[in-house]
Write a protein that binds this ligand. Sequence first.
Ligand SMILES: [Zn+2]
Length: 337
Amino acid sequence: MQKTFKKIFLIIILSISIGIFMVRNESLLMRNNPFSEYKCYIPVTYAVGTVDPRFGVSQEKFVSLMQEAEQKWETALGRDVFQMENDGRVKVNLVYDERQLTTENLKNIMLDVDNNKEKADQLVANYESLRAQLEEKNKIFETQTSRYNQDIKDYTNALEKYQSDLKEYEKEVAYWNSQGGAPKEVFIELTEQKKDLDAQVKDLKKQESALNALRTVLEKKQQELNDMVAQVNGTIGAVNQTATKANSEIADYNETQAARGEFETGLYMNDNGQESIDIFQFFDDEDLLAVLIHEMGHALGLAHAENPTAIMYPKLINQSAEITPDDIAFFQTTCVR
Ligand SMILES: [Zn+2]
């Protein structure tokens, strides 16, 4: 009887003290309340801490990205898990050091690579258009050259005919001279032959000057073609130079990217109840959002996930700023009773 009374008394005392403790320590109430559906300390209240201006992110932008990260978690989980408050318990800071400097270096290299790629594309386009022009001109040149060669052949044939006609004429004249003169009809015949020979000479001269003119044109075209070949070759040189530069920049990029991968992008800390999120580096708003989502996940109570596509994967390099089904499952097992 007495024992039972003692037990009841003890239970009463205990529940009174627990009651007092619960009222006085709200945080413990939330964490340990057996009626709460959460094992984690929810909702997580957070606030903007210190923002280094060297990041070039305005306070408003930072706040809106944090709200976006909150929204992403809450939409994915279908419940209210974060709350931005002026004296929120997790202070979110942008901490500038050599890590962001490396990231900026990387950004510049990427910009350079892009510019170089554009330049290389332009050079290749120039080269291709020049080569097409060269081929067209070369075709015309070859047609003209084969015409010139045909004209030379015709001219040579005409010259040979003339020379043989002339020989025959001279032979006949010499014969009739040795006979002391030609009869009248032979004389007329010879005069006709001489007229024909003169006409042939006139024709040959005309052909010769036409050939000379064509040769001058062809020589000029040949020079043009040579210049163009030199230009095309020069373009190839420039393309190669640009490609070499781009390659060395890509090597630089890989090296810097590897160095960046070893750095922490952000860090969630709970130092005896003093909670903070420090963010050290990001490329752009999207990247900052991804880091915020990841670190806020830690603030929720989540550790690192194993699936590389999860936002809670330890390295943030290739993920998009989205919460994956793995992250949601992780939350369910970690935070929900
Ligand atoms: Zn982490």
